[in-house]
Design a protein around this ligand. Structure first.
Ligand code: C5P
Length: 269
């Protein structure tokens, strides 16, 4: 059994406050995009993970943690393409795909509620990837409402090439930066929501190269440019595929397109 673990961008990520459990309350419109890892799973009693980046095949990899959670073994092969600790949800997407592959290969038939519960244990962004496409995500990430696919769009991703930990960016966020009335709550669901990311300023205080990436995309001709998640990857929406490819080449970025739900959830036997 195999599948693609697509990356995500946050078209909006608005933080409304800090919770008693230490996590932050958020509302985010998330979108899967065509940049993807690939995972194959073969049946087996032993639990093995092979990865083209061997330093990632450690016990804390979310693929292995997913298998431990469901109490199953098998031979996983992970082809890693999504930059790590980049704000693109790569590790989370791998974890969600591992849950889906295990569920399908071993005919576990977990209910959607149990799948979301397991996903939330792996990380705040993991439940979203059980749905993919376009979703509104709330709570600390565990409340996911799937939306109809948005019209496909091309974009350019620009990554400063330095990892940035999610926890450090949330730690840098100041209470005066919390959003009172999230823009996402006023969005009608058509076309694109107004881009917004509460973490952008905090992430840029920790990693000034984010500002340089944003400037490069703006200078290349993109006007809708935003930090994805906790960064440090910045994305810019393009008019079409040819503009995205040209700007990706000029800036050293990656061209990608929105991936809808059916494509995001496809598995191959
Ligand atoms: O859930 P996950 O392990 O991916 O979160 C990583 C870190 O990001 C958490 O330890 C927390 O510091 C921060 N976080 C947060 N609020 C969220 C999600 C993550 O404060 N909603």
């Amino acid at each position: 059994m195999r599948g693609h673990a697509y990356a995500k961008i946050n078209l909006t990520l608005e933080i409304t406050g800090k919770r008693p459990d230490g996590y932050h309350e958020l509302i985010s419109i998330m979108q899967t995009i065509s940049l993807a890892d690939e995972i194959a799973l073969e049946e087996g009693d032993d639990l093995v993970l092979d990865c083209n980046r061997r330093e990632l095949a450690t016990e804390d990899n979310l693929v292995l943690r997913a298998a431990h959670l469901l109490g199953r073994g098998g031979h996983f092969t992970l082809l890693k393409r999504i930059p790590v600790a980049a704000g693109l949800g790569g590790g989370s997407s791998d974890g969600a795909l591992a849950l889906r592959l295990l569920d399908a290969l071993y005919h576990i038939h977990l209910t959607p509620e149990r799948m979301v519960e397991a996903a939330a244990k792996l990380g705040s962004d993991v439940p979203f990837f059980l749905y993919g496409g376009t979703c509104v995500v709330g709570g600390r990430g565990e409340r996911v409402v799937p939306l109809p696919d948005l019209p496909s769009r091309w974009l350019v991703l620009l990554n400063p090439g330095v990892p940035l930990s999610t926890a450090s960016v949330f730690g840098e966020l100041r209470p005066d930066e919390y959003v009172q009335i999230p823009k996402a709550t006023h969005w009608g669901g058509q076309d694109l929501p107004p881009l917004a990311n509460t973490l952008e300023a905090a992430a840029e205080r920790l990693e000034p190269a984010i500002g340089e990436c944003r400037q490069r995309l703006l200078a290349a001709g993109l006007s809708q440019v935003l930090l994805s998640g906790s960064g440090p990857t910045v994305f810019g929406l393009a008019a079409d595929q040819s503009q995205a490819r040209r700007i990706a080449e000029d800036t050293g970025g990656i061209a990608a397109r929105f991936v809808g739900r059916t494509e995001a959830l496809a598995l191959e036997a």
